[in-house]
Each structure stands twice: as structure tokens, then as C-alpha cells.
Design a protein around this ligand. Sequence first.
Ligand code: PLP
Length: 459
Amino acid sequence: MEQLPKDETIALRNKYIGKPCQLFFGQDPIKIVRAKGQYMYDEKDEAYLDCINNVAHVGHCHSKVVEAGYEQMKLLSTNNRFLHDNIVICAKRLVETMPEKLNTCFFVNSGSEANDLAIRLSQIHTGNKDIITLEGAYHGHLTSMIDISHYKFSLPGGIGQKDHVHVASSPCTYRGKYNTLNHKLEDICDLYTEEVREICENIVNKKGTGVCAYISESMLCCGGQIIPPPNYFKKVYAHVRAHGGLCIADEVQVGFGRVGTHWWAFQLQDVVPDIVTIGKPMGNGHPVAAVITTADIAESFRKTGVSYFNTYGGNPVSCAIANAVLDVIKEEDLMGNAIEVGNYLFQECLKLKNRHSSIGDVRGVGLFLGLDIVKNREKRTADPEAASFIVAQMKEKRILLSVDGSKNNVIKMKPPMVFSKANVDEVVSMLDRILEQLEQTSPLSRDTDKIPNGVERKV
Ligand SMILES: Cc1ncc(COP(=O)(O)O)c(C=O)c1O
């Protein structure tokens, strides 16, 4: 199809696409027409280095993944009421990456659907309704998911907190309610987990029921690239289970080997959730997602006599694509790359932090990293304007980053897993120059009106 001029694309989008649909760099949006590996190309064939697209997990438009979809689409695309090898092979392979008791799959089309089904399974299995979620969490766009996404429902125009939803503090040791400024590091984990225990107790005491589920990303993305302290999940899971609830690990963003040492980020804390939800990277851009749970939980669902049907979930094309993604992760040792390049990225960012007082904190595992941008390092005062400035300037240099977190001041990196050390050098040297420029201008003299919108949080 012939390309429309960019102006015309903007005009048509303004006219026909719902206004709440967010556009990156709103005042100067980018029109991407093709992508390969870790690069995206605009209509003038200018290359942008993609540091944020964790969906294109094995690299944009990987030929093996594209061909798997094409070949299967030529043969058959139907629903999973028919027997097909792709779905059973995909389920077997996913289960093989999980701890033993997580042995049963349900296929869906998106992370939102996966989390919705996880909540439904939890309600059925426990008979309870109350959900514990985290401050700053985002779990999807369905009504049921907005209810438990503090990131959305707590906005000034949001729907507010429902009676069955309970919000625990985000377990951030740098900027959370309990942090290393006001507490000893070794005490912080217990303070956060104790809060979850109290929420569980309150549910039991006030409502006379048990907990339905606790849901959390294994590392928090929208919440500001947060890595919970060691043992956090072990303690939280024990409290939730003692009060009748199930533990859901949302791996929609951080799964599929991004942490390098393990397939799933929850494995970093040596816990076994009751339900794991996966999506985004699973199809490398094709919509496919899944829920992995225990045979017991699936059995509770079966006993209701209400069967599960999803028109597209687990169709042969989606499963062919997911199988190809699993192949490529192995064949190209992308988890090894996440360890090597991720460690390098982390070390280089620490050096950057030593040179620039605007970086308050560097946190990361594998190819998942956050830079907490501050006005004052001692007080840890968040600097959202500076973070947006940096992202906007990086975009001018054709490097794509994004900003998120409760204070909108955390620069996120979660690039395709083919990211290289040369890419790290490029990003870090450009950040170095931009931070220097930033620090030479006092915040008051920075003309923030002229700063184009960065790739901002999904509000
Ligand atoms: C942690 C997390 N869970 C679930 C979702 C929802 O996934 P989807 O947009 O595929 O419905 C998202 C989307 O950004 C997410 O970040």
C-alpha cells in the first residue's frame, strides 16, 4: 500500500481515532513504517534505536517468527475446539519453563485478558472477592483490570477505588513509603510485607471472608522499574495464602527471559505463584497471551460446569508464532545476551550516575533498567521535567526511551533482547551529553514549555 504523507496520517488520526488513544511525542509524533531487530524506521527511512519495546522481544519482525505465522496462516487458522498440534506443543513448552506445579495452560489474546481470567479463576477457586494490588500497578485495560490498576483508577479522572480492591504500598526501597532514607535496608522488606498481612487481616475481620488474590508484577514497570527487595514475595505469598488467597504473578512485561538468569522474573525470588499471566513478548508483536496455573485451580473451574471458550485464544497461527519465539530465544541465546548486555548496561549506567547528580538511582536486572531522575540527590526529590527533557532530547538523537513511575521521573529501558553492547555505548554516551547539557542549565532557566512531550506514562 502506498504511504500517505505524514501530515495526512496525522489529520486522519485526529479525525477518526478516539482522542484518548495516546500518541508518543504528541507534539511531534513519529511515523514508523518498518522495523528490524532493535531498530525502527520512519517514513524517511531514518533509524531509531528502540530501547523500550519489550513486545518485539526477539527483535522486530524476526524472519523466523514472521515465516512461522505466514506458513501457518496459509494452512489453517481456526479455534481451539479442534485438535491441533501447535497449541498442545506450545502449552507443553511453556509448562516446561515453569515450576512443576504450574502445569495447566489457558490461551488468550492479550495481557488484559490473561489477568482477567486469572482473577476469574481466583474467584472460582477461593470463593472470595477481595483483591490486593500494588500502588502504581497496571494490569490491563478491561473494566475488571482498571478496577485493580491503581495506576489508572487513582487518577483525578479515574473511577476511584472499588470496595473489593485493596492497595498495598509499592515495594520500592528507593522512593516507596519505606525507603533507605527513612529505614534500614534490612527492615524494609518486613515493613512492606507486614502491610500486606494487615490488609489480609482487615479483609478477614471486616468482611468475614478470605482473600481472593494478591496480584503483582514480578518487577514493576509502570510503577517505575521497581525490583522488590529479596524475600518480599516469599513473605507476601505466605500471608496471602494464610488468609485463603491465591498469588498471581503478572509476567506480561517482564517474562520470557528478560531477567537473563531465569525464564520468569518471579524465579529471582524463589517463589511459586498459583497463577502466572504472560503476554506481550510471547508473540513478538502478534497478539497472543496465556494463563498458566495448577491442575487444582483448573479443576475448580471445570467443576463449575461452565466451559471456557475464546474464539482466537490458542489458534494455530498464534501458537505457531509463540513456538517460533520460544525457538529463537533458545537458538540465539537471548537470555545469555540479557545477562551479558544487561550487566554491561547496568555498570555503564552506574558510571553515568557517578558523573551526573541528576541520576538518583539506577536499578535493573537483565535487560530491564530504570534511571530515577532527581533534582536533589540527598533528598531524592523527583524531577519529572528533567526526565521528560532527557527523553525528548534522546528522541531528537533517534533513541527511544520512556518515562514512568508514580512521580513520572523514571526513565525506563526494556529493549528487544537482541540489544548489543554497541547499542549500550550509543545510549550511554548520548545520555552523558544530554545530562551534561541539562545540568549546565538550572531548572529555573530550563524552558520546559519548549520541551516536546516525551514518551510518557500510559495515563
Ligand atoms: C504488567 C502489565 N500487565 C498487563 C498488561 C495488559 O496487556 P495488554 O495491553 O496486552 O492487554 C500490561 C500492558 O501494558 C502490563 O504492563
